[in-house]
Design a binder for this molecule. Structure first.
Ligand code: NAP
Length: 319
């Protein structure tokens, strides 16, 4: 029986691995891959689609997302964590030991840390893929500073779109919120704050039909109308997509309590509703969604798991 299986290898999973490995728990890390649902749980998580990370403490010159992941992984391996290119295909958390199916075989473990992250929702345009990280982003906090003195678009009508639009006004000369309806989904207070901001405009009843560029970076977008008006061509240096995130929690839905929006329900500290199953990072956090907050929670989950293992040890449960 394993002591700890960590599902996910973004900053939450890998930080949990560092702590668990230093605690001599020899964790197994399921790095990721295609989930039974067909969705991709990217090994390394969302940092793998980020270019420069300038806000992770300890890197005054900045670091690329993939480099940060690789360094964190190496740090965990140095203390003995074991990494598999695999996902949790099925789980059984109904009793002790916990069970996780990996490549068709059931692994048994005293504790499990879920750190499967969330994926940003995208518009699904070819041009969005083409200009990913070259003007197209799903994280204003991460990438806003690269767009000083430019015109920017933000797509969406929820609280995230409002918050990100307001954040982007620090750098941009003008921010246009593109929303497919004539009314925001966001809370009234956030919507009013955005609408009343002198740098923010709203393109109501519009959808981004195409992101245009010079082959290397974004230079504009074509906005289609949802009410039958002609298309609009707008110039901009960046397109921020803020149409929500989907947590990678499908495989756990009948085994731990999830919130209505699919995120893991945190019972206390990093505990889930199943004994011995802990959670860290974006699959439990729709609010902060930062690499550093995920890493912090990964540390907390590993310490929680370690504490429970000490109790199990004292009870003679680990054999
Ligand atoms: P959300 O509330 O689900 O809003 C998503 C927005 O994107 C909606 O306006 C939706 O349009 C639009 N959208 C979805 N798919 C689209 C598509 N394919 N093309 C164009 N537009 C599309 O997501 P969120 O804003 O990320 O917020 C998630 C949760 O976190 C919410 O509960 C929110 O209140 C919370 N949150 C709170 C704060 C805060 O309090 N400071 C900040 C951020 C998030 P429709 O409206 O037409 O459906």
């Amino acid at each position: 029986m394993e002591k700890v299986i960590i599902i996910g290898s973004g900053p939450a999973g890998l930080t949990a691995a560092i702590y668990a490995a230093r605690g001599q728990l020899e964790p197994i890390v399921l790095e990721g891959g295609f989930l039974p649902s067909g969705d991709l749980m990217t090994p390394g998580g969302q940092l793998m689609i980020t270019t420069e990370v300038e806000n992770f403490p300890g890197f005054p010159e900045g670091i690329t997302g993939p480099d940060l992941v690789e360094k964190t992984r190496e740090q965990a391996k140095r203390f003995g964590s074991r990494h598999l290119d695999a996902v949790a295909e099925e789980v059984d958390f109904s009793g002790f030991p916990l069970k996780v199916k990996v490549e068709g075989e059931w692994l048994e473990s005293a504790t499990v840390i879920i750190a499967t992250g969330a994926n940003a929702r995208w518009l699904g345009l070819d041009s969005e893929q083409q200009y990913m990280n070259r003007g197209v982003s799903a994280c204003a906090t991460c990438d806003g500073a690269f767009f000083k003195d430019q015109k920017l678009l933000i797509v969406g009508g929820g609280d995230s779109a409002m918050e990100e639009a307001l954040f982007l006004t620090r750098y941009a000369t003008e921010v246009t919120i593109v929303h497919r309806r004539a009314e925001f989904r966001a809370s009234k207070i956030m919507a009013e704050r955005a609408v009343n901001h002198p740098k923010i405009k709203v393109a109501w009843n519009r959808e981004v039909a195409e992101i245009t560029g010079d082959g290397n970076k974004v230079t504009g977008a074509r906005l289609a109308s949802t009410t039958g008006e002609p298309d609009l061509e707008v110039a901009c240096g960046g397109v921020f997509v803020a149409i929500g995130h989907t947590p990678n929690t499908g495989v756990f839905k009948d085994h731990i309590k999830l919130r209505d929006d699919g995120y893991v329900d945190v019972v206390e500290h990093c505990k889930t509703s199943a004994k011995g199953v802990f959670v860290a990072g974006d699959c439990a956090d729709s609010h902060y969604r930062q690499a550093i907050t995920a890493a912090g929670m990964g540390c907390m989950a590993a310490l929680d798991a370690e504490k429970l293992l000490e109790e199990y040890e004292a009870d003679g449960k680990l054999g």
